[in-house]
Design a protein around this ligand. Structure first.
Ligand code: FAD
Length: 304
């Protein structure tokens, strides 16, 4: 199914991100997670593209496998890094032949400590990749957005201007970088709308299951951890269960507030693990947090 069609017919909308495993053990864990999360009927699962394009073959293979064997709608991530246009076309040809209908078109990050440089004969910005896709393929195209500004952007105004280029180039929907402060997402959404960006924006949440790991992620992506959350996490240091319990509770509260505010759905960064995401989505389904928002919306199509 095309994500744009799913967005028009399914509310709310849950989706789960996975990365291609490196070895047999990782593969086993991934497929156990997918089996645990599939009954929650995600609108799609997305498969990341390793840093520097390192998982190109595994991303495509996994996308094909999940779609063909498990029957879930797949969004395959593809980045511009380390490939020229012909190499990227080969990846998209392969995905199209396999019947994958949705891609997330990204620029990608340079290796740690270096500055991004476009590959010779490649693309410098995601908007260029999106424009190529729109001209040559029939994919439903997703793009990334950064509620707290992309780290390299000088200002949020610049970043929003470049986000508008992605919308104008033909993106169909946006998935946000992870964030822990909903007020920052709401402000970003307001500014994006003011910029004329009307695409559906899926907020991306990462339940905290390991605080040290999350601190590394936020250093890379620029997300802010609210001081109160940081303090509560620090006091649970050394008690992995307590950290995970708080992570699940906190992400559930974020999701409820977002759904009540009328976001189309929530995208979960699962890190290939199911328990936290399963607990959160199960509680959301039980609480039906979106009902008041969608009941008031003329665009409501269905509710579970
Ligand atoms: P772009 O939109 O190209 O923006 C990158 C920077 O360039 C920004 O600072 C922007 O303001 C600036 N810019 C954009 N256009 C112009 C222009 N015309 N002129 C000047 N400056 C411009 N990375 C992976 O390696 N693999 C993945 O699978 C992956 N999945 C992701 C999924 C999501 C939902 C998100 C949010 C990120 C993901 N990333 C992934 C990380 C992503 O590749 C990085 O955040 C990357 O640094 C930016 O990607 P982008 O597509 O937003 O880039």
């Amino acid at each position: 199914m095309r994500i744009s069609d799913a967005l028009a017919t399914q509310r709310p909308f849950f989706s789960f991100e996975f990365f291609p495993p490196k070895d047999d053990e990782g593969s086993l864990r991934l497929f156990e997670s997918i089996a645990a999360l599939a009954p929650l009927r995600p609108a799609f699962v997305s498969i990341t593209y390793g840093a520097g394009g390192s998982t190109r073959i595994r991303t495509v293979a996994l996308a094909k496998q999940i779609q063909a064997e498990i029957g879930l709608t797949v969004v395959a991530h593809v980045t511009c890094i380390g490939a020229d246009r012909a190499e990227l076309r080969a990846v998209f040809d392969d995905l199209a032949r396999a019947g994958v209908e949705n891609v997330l078109a990204l620029r990608g990050d340079p290796p740690a400590g270096s500055v991004f440089q476009a590959s010779p004969g490649g693309f410098a910005h995601a908007s260029e990749l999106i424009a190529m896709l729109r001209r040559n393929y029939g994919f439903c195209i997703g793009a990334a957005c950064h509620p707290e500004k992309h780290l390299e952007a000088a200002t949020i105004e610049d970043d929003l201007r470049f986000l508008k280029l992605k919308a104008d180039a033909g993106a169909d929907f946006l998935v946000s970088q992870l964030f822990f402060d909903n007020s920052r997402f709401f402000e970003f959404e307001r500014r994006a709308r003011a910029e004329g960006i009307e695409l559906p924006i899926l907020p991306g949440l990462m339940p905290i299951t390991n605080f040290a790991q999350i601190q590394r992620f936020v250093a890379i992506c620029g997300a802010t951890i609210p001081p109160k959350l940081s303090v509560e996490m620090e006091t649970r240091k050394g008690d992995a269960r307590a950290v995970e319990d708080l992570g699940v509770a906190y992400a559930s509260m974020q999701a409820i507030e977002l759904l009540e505010a009328g976001v189309p759905g929530i995208h979960f960064y699962t890190l290939n693990r199911s328990p936290a995401t399963r607990a959160i989505v199960s509680s959301l389904l039980a609480a039906s947090a979106w009902r008041p928002a969608f009941a008031a919306s003329p665009s409501t199509i269905t509710s579970r």
